[in-house]
Design a protein around this ligand. Structure first.
Ligand code: NAG
Ligand code: NAG
Ligand code: NAG
Length: 392
């Protein structure tokens, strides 16, 4: 193609007008993007609920008002329009008696939100939701949080495949569900004891009021953009790990380490990789001599903001290496306005960044995970039909 030749055949004034039009069309989307950029998480705790309400509005409200850059992903909006409910009850009174059967009932290529309501009880199942089944919601009975528990380990399945529940599809949601790996705590004499409770490998997933329970490698935040709110995550070593890009809000992080503990092992490898974990308004409790993170990969990136850190946190805060690796040099370990005895920065490793307001901003809004395009509050079950309103 020889575009310059065509352009040069225009009179100069036409070329100028075209250039101006082009400039304007370039500027307009930029202006919209800036406008759609969401406000940072407030530094004032009393304003947090308002921030949440603003950033997690119901689909029905949003649908009526929002268009263009502010609107939800179109595919998601279509799926929410066609949402339906199926139920799992252990007593046989629901549509299914196991979660596995409920997931199997969802067709490959699914394009509608399917809310799987799960009654209280412990479900001994090992579940994979493959990438052909987006828009699945697991919703636990209110007041009787269902527990999905299995005991897969790295020695049996490999670490990543040991997960009790593995989700490979996009737009997954879980509300009020406990994900447990019940394999015993690994000890020094035994290898391959890593045991994942949940692996999230799909993009645009949200977890509300969920629990993740295990020891080493509890939560595999594998890849994609994820939102966690009001959750509880328990483990010993690397118990939040992977290459996801995630925002953890108001989440309790409980170390049950007996010796050295490590909360995160984030797997960002290079500077073009956008992944990283942000924790805001979390509460770190528990036991052990626990590090905030260690450097699984060269450019591991983790930020803790407005987070309470108990005495369990090692004064250095962070580690620049895994067992048997050379120390890394390009980690991004940030802390911003944290509180509690574990947040004292005087003994911190020299590579720790105590972030300025400007540095912190990029990590502290829904824009970090493009959440304003897909994060919704938990669905209101009373509004969901038992069959799709979109077909048949
Ligand atoms: C689930 O159960 C409800 C109530 O019995 C029923 O109306 C609905 O058709 C069932 N759905 C499926 C997918 O079996
Ligand atoms: C950077 O990391 C990402 C994610 O792991 C990978 O897909 C990509 O190939 C890497 N790019 C380079 C230049 O190494
Ligand atoms: C953090 O959790 C501990 C243990 O549950 C609790 O005692 C403490 O009040 C919490 N701190 C904050 C700041 O929420």
């Amino acid at each position: 193609m020889s575009r310059p030749a065509v352009a040069s055949s225009f009179p100069a004034t036409v070329a100028l007008v075209l250039a101006v039009v082009q400039l304007i069309t370039m500027l307009i989307p930029a202006a919209i993007v800036v406008e759609a950029r969401t406000k940072p998480i407030p530094a004032e705790p009393s304003q947090l609920d308002e921030w949440i309400a603003h950033n997690m509005r119901e689909y029905r409200q949003r649908k009526a008002k929002e268009t263009g850059a502010k609107a939800l992903d179109r595919r998601l909006a279509k799926a929410e329009d066609c949402a339906r409910l199926i139920t799992v009850k252990q007593d046989g009174q629901g549509n299914f008696s196991t979660i596995t059967q409920a997931i199997e009932s969802i067709p490959s290529g699914n394009s509608e939100r399917v809310v799987v309501w799960i009654g209280g009880g412990t479900y001994r199942e090992k579940i994979t939701i493959d990438s052909s089944k987006p828009f699945v919601t697991l919703y636990g009975q209110t007041g009787k949080m269902p527990v999905i528990s299995y005991d897969g380990t790295a020695s049996e399945f490999g670490t990543v495949e040991s997960a009790t529940v593995a989700v490979e599809s996009d737009y997954f949601v879980a509300v009020n569900v406990a994900f447990v790996n019940s394999a015993p705590m690994p000890d020094a004499g035994r290898t391959g004891g890593q045991a994942v409770a949940m692996r999230i490998s799909g993009d645009k997933a949200a977890f509300h009021h969920c629990q993740f329970i295990g020891f080493q490698d509890t939560l595999c935040d594998d890849r994609g953009r994820h939102f966690f709110k009001d959750c509880y995550i328990e483990g010993t070593v690397d118990f939040i790990f992977g290459n996801g890009k995630s925002l953890y809000l108001k989440t309790v992080i409980n170390s049950v380490a007996e010796g050295t503990g490590v909360i995160t092992a984030q797997a960002r490898e290079n500077s073009t990789d956008e992944s990283g974990f942000t924790f805001a308004y979390c509460n770190i409790t528990g036991t052990g001599n626990t590090y905030l993170g260690r450097a699984w990969k060269e450019r591991t990136r983790v930020v803790f903001a407005y987070t309470y850190m108990g005495t369990l946190i090692n004064t250095q805060g962070w580690s620049d290496k895994m067992q048997g690796t050379e120390p890394r040099k390009s980690m991004y370990y940030g802390e911003y306005k944290c509180k509690g005895p574990g947040a004292d920065s005087t003994g911190r490793a020299h590579y720790t960044r105590i972030l300025t307001d400007d540095e912190a901003k990029a990590f502290l809004s829904m824009t970090y995970i493009h959440g304003n395009k897909w994060v919704l509050p938990p669905p209101r079950l009373s509004l969901l039909p038992v069959s799709s309103q979109c077909h048949g």
